[in-house]
Design a binder for this molecule. Structure first.
Ligand code: CMC
Length: 391
């Protein structure tokens, strides 16, 4: 017997020390390696941010060039992996496909867990970040019965994602024109940056716990993807769209909020509240502006944006939400933006997983390279029957 701290849901337990991401939930602040995320989103691209997360510093132009070419070199997945997709039913949930395919990468790339083998860990990290756009695009195309599209070396990471998802022989880049393609890719790039890491959330903690047994990192990341799947975590942006569609018009918002408060709606206000942020999520603040710009740039009028803005206005003035410090989180506006770009709702969590892969693998790398790293093994408070005799 021992004395344990009982902390269900880990509300006040630090499970590790980390030098990657800092969050001040009361101030609504989030920094990657010391840099505020909203500032990074304005001045960097996703691959620079990936380099920053993995290496701790922003790259020099030479370092960036090398990193970019390493990523491009690993973007294509092996032909044998394509048969993974062929064996899935076309109606398979995108996240069901993603968890299996990413775990399947372990079969192709064994990784040594030697804590000193920094080079091999970095190789696994680069490979995983590089392959996610093609995996995500194949998941989408599988649902439509379309063949694979391969990446192009002249496209950025985000451009390649859209290209591999949407191009076909009659539309070489994107269903719309070049200007819209570039604008959509820029918005996706910002989405990727703002979702790249978020310290010890459920999926990241899952990656660390799975990896702490010295499991292959691809399998550990697949465990993280499984954790992200749920509506309380990565599935929330999908749930936000369903909620906004259910509300329908601006006039119905007040009544919906009343039902949520009285717990009659059957759901919480999706895209609201956060375990750590007790203030406006800085990422949500950024997306609130960006979603309007993307819709304007694509000449789209989406009534859901009006409903979302009204929902936010009413909730932020309401005693229930004020008292509980419930503010919009990152998922509140991103779904509207992704839909405008043409990403179907069922693919939203895949987009989140694609972006978070660099965070997961950076956290895994930090853990396995840490001096004295040990397997995670929480205890419990046993509440079952005392020892007894078999009848
Ligand atoms: N709408 C209405 N009430 C809420 C909400 C909400 N979205 N979130 C929390 N509350 C209430 C909750 O009912 C409780 O009040 P009471 O004590 O009267 O029952 C109080 O606020 C505290 O709730 P909690 O469940 O103890 O809070 P938590 O820190 O465990 O949960 C959360 C955090 C994100 C799971 C929760 O806020 C939630 O379910 N939000 C909606 C889903 C969502 O948007 N998730 C995305 C999270 S951010 C992205 C990510 O991590 O993937």
């Amino acid at each position: 017997a021992g004395v344990y701290t009982y902390d269900p849901g880990f509300q006040c337990t630090a499970s590790c020390s980390s030098a990657i991401t800092f969050i001040d939930g009361d101030k609504g602040q989030c920094n990657y390696r010391g840099y505020p995320v909203d500032q990074i989103a304005q001045s960097s691209n996703f691959l620079e941010v990936s380099y920053l997360l993995l290496n701790g510093e922003m790259p020099t132009p030479e370092e960036m060039q090398e990193f970019d070419s390493e990523i491009k070199q690993h973007m294509i997945i092996k032909t044998k992996m394509l048969s993974f997709f062929n064996s899935m039913p076309s109606a398979a949930h995108p996240m069901a496909q993603m968890t299996s395919v990413v775990a399947g990468l372990s079969a192709f790339y064994p990784v040594s867990l030697d804590p000193k083998d920094h080079k091999q860990h970095m190789e696994a990290a680069i490979r995983m970040v590089a392959k996610m756009p093609m995996i995500s695009a194949l998941i989408y195309r599988n649902s439509l019965g379309l063949p694979a599209v391969y990446p192009r070396s002249d496209f950025t990471y985000a451009e390649n994602l859209l290209y591999m998802m949407f191009s076909n022989p009659t539309h070489t880049t994107f269903p719309q024109n070049e200007k819209v393609f570039k604008a959509a890719a820029k918005a996706i790039d910002v989405f990727l940056i703002l979702h790249a890491d978020h310290e010890q959330n459920a999926s990241t903690s899952t990656v660390r716990i799975a990896g702490s047994s010295q499991a292959n990192p691809y399998a550990a990341v697949s465990a993280g993807i499984a954790s992200l799947w749920g509506p309380a975590h990565g599935g929330a942006n999908e749930a936000v769209i369903q909620m906004l569609e259910e509300i329908g018009t601006k006039e119905n918002v007040a009544e919906f909020v009343r039902k949520v408060k009285n717990k009659e709606a059957g759901v919480r206000l999706m895209g609201f509240g956060h375990r750590v942020y007790k203030n406006y999520d800085p990422r949500a603040k950024y997306f609130k502006t960006l979603v309007g710009e993307v819709l304007d740039g694509m000449d789209i009028q989406d009534p859901k944006l009006e409903v979302a803005r009204e929902l936010e206005r009413i909730a932020l003035e309401d005693e229930y939400f004020i008292k509980r410090k419930l503010y919009p989180n990152v998922d509140f506006y991103t779904g509207i933006m992704l839909r405008a770009i043409g990403i179907p709702t069922s693919m939203f969590t895949v987009m989140f997983a694609l972006a978070r892969t660099v965070g997961w693998i950076t956290q895994w790398k930090e853990m396995v390279e840490e001096k004295g790293f040990r397997i995670s093994r929480p205890r419990q408070i046993y509440i079952g029957a005392p020892e007894r005799k078999l009848p």
